[in-house]
Write a protein that binds this ligand. Structure first.
Ligand code: CA
Length: 225
C-alpha cells in the first residue's frame, strides 16, 4: 500500500512518515498544498493523510480539486483542535475521516487501516486467503497457523494482493502501489519478490496469469490464462 502524507510541520511530517513506514506502507510526502495537489492528481495512492492548514493552498481546497477531478482515494484529514468547522468543511469536501491535533499515532494508524480495508471491501483487520492469514494490525502473516517472517517489501506485496483477492493485479499496478516515488522502480523486481514470497509461504495461493499479472486465490489453479 502506498500513502501520501501532507503536513507542513516538518517534525510532524517526519513522525508520520516514520510511523507509517514502520507499519509497512510506502510513503510519498508533501509539505504544501500545491505539491499535494499535483501528487494526488498524478499518483495512485491507497490513502492520503492531509493536513487542513497548509501553505500555498489549504487542505480543503486541495481535497475539493481532487474530488472534482475524479480522484477517489480515501482521505484522512488532520484538523486543528476545537475547529469543528474544519471537520464539517472537510467531510463536505470529500474527506472520509479525520483526526484532531494533537493526536496519538496509534489512532492515525488504526483509522488508515480501516480506510484502506473499507476502500478495498474488507470488514476486518485480518485478511485470509486459504491457509494464509494476514493481520494488518500486527503486521503478521501466518500460514496454517505457523508464523512466516517476511521482509517489508514482501509484506507490502502480500498485503496489497490480500487486499485485492479475487482479481488480477498487474505488475504495473504493483509497482505503483508498492514503491514510493523516489524508489528506483523496475517491474522485473516484482517477479523476483513474488518468487521469494511464494517460496516463503510454501502454499500455492499466488497464481500467475500470463500477460496480465497475479491473482491471489485460495484454490490452486492451472496458472495459465
Ligand atoms: Ca499545518
Amino acid at each position: 500500500m502506498r500513502l501520501l502524507v501532507v503536513e507542513d510541520d516538518k517534525d510532524l511530517n517526519r513522525q508520520l512518515v516514520s510511523a507509517l513506514e514502520q507499519a509497512g506502507y510506502a510513503i510519498d510526502r508533501a509539505f504544501d498544498g500545491e505539491e499535494a495537489l499535483y501528487l494526488g492528481m498524478n499518483e495512485p495512492y491507497d490513502a492520503v493523510v492531509l493536513d487542513v492548514g497548509l501553505p500555498q493552498k489549504d487542505g480543503i481546497s486541495v481535497l475539493e480539486e481532487w474530488r472534482k477531478n475524479g480522484r477517489t482515494m480515501p482521505v484522512l484529514i488532520l484538523t486543528a483542535r476545537d475547529r469543528w468547522s474544519d471537520k464539517v468543511q472537510g467531510f463536505d469536501a470529500g474527506a472520509d475521516d479525520y483526526v484532531s491535533k494533537p493526536f496519538h499515532m496509534e489512532e492515525v494508524l488504526a483509522r488508515l487501516r480501516a480506510l484502506v480495508r473499507r476502500a478495498t471491501g474488507h470488514a476486518t483487520s485480518e485478511l485470509t486467503c486459504g491457509p494464509v492469514r494476514l493481520d494488518t494490525k500486527a503486521g503478521r502473516v501466518v500460514v496454517d497457523g505457523a508464523p512466516i517472517k517476511l521482509t517489508s517489501h514482501e509484506y507490502r506485496l502480500l498485503s496489497y494482493l490480500m487486499h485485492h483477492t479475487g482479481r488480477v493485479v498487474s505488475r504495473t499496478e504493483l509497482v505503483e502501489h508498492l514503491y514510493d516515488q523516489d524508489f528506483d522502480r523496475d517491474s522485473n523486481t516484482i517477479e523476483v519478490f513474488v518468487g521469494r514470497l511464494r517460496r516463503k509461504l510454501g502454499v500455492e495461493v499466488i497464481q500467475t496469469v500470463r500477460g496480465l499479472g497475479y491473482l491471489l486465490s485460495p484454490s490452486p489453479g492451472d496458472g495459465g490464462a
